[in-house]
Design a protein. Structure first.
Length: 157
């Protein structure tokens, strides 16, 4: 079955105006990897950071959104909420032996509620590159700028 056959929206290329596109990125950091989510809202930046997290392990396009997994966390600041969010996803990936390819994210007053969509790891199809140990406080930043929101940190691999 093709990913387009699933009734779960994939918003990887969401435009928020004629100049900006929500996206994720990686940045080099010694032996670890930085993940960055960029979007028009804080929730979209967190969603993109989660996609960047998956992309550390495998190509998110190789993962099918078969199983929804609810995720909730809270923190006293946006920065710490990002770390809590990514670590919650890392935990779910480890205990469920899953990879995720799409996320719905809501953030309100230091509380994040989300659903991660994914499937069990298929070593042959997904070709996992590394196992992520955790999100760190290194290069941690959640900021709103003139061009939207940016959420970033380094993950330990």
């Amino acid at each position: 079955m093709n990913i387009a056959d699933w009734n779960v929206p994939r918003e990887d290329d969401r435009l928020w105006d004629s100049v900006h596109v929500a996206r994720w990125e990686h940045f080099a950091h010694d032996a670890d990897i930085g993940v960055v989510g960029i979007g028009p809202t804080k929730a979209e930046a967190f969603r993109q950071a989660a996609l960047a997290l998956t992309a550390v392990v495998t190509d998110p396009a190789k993962v099918n959104p078969i199983h929804p997994v609810p995720v909730a966390c809270e923190a006293p600041s946006d920065d710490l909420l990002l770390v809590e969010w990514l670590n919650a996803l890392i935990y779910e990936m480890a205990v469920r032996a899953m990879l995720f390819c799409n996320f719905s994210v809501e953030i309100d007053d230091g509380r994040l509620r989300a659903t991660a969509y994914g499937e069990a790891v298929d070593v042959v199809r997904h070709e996992p590159a590394v196992e992520i140990k955790g999100a760190t406080l290194t290069a941690l930043q959640v900021v709103q700028g003139a061009d939207g929101w940016r959420a970033q940190c380094v993950v330990d691999v």
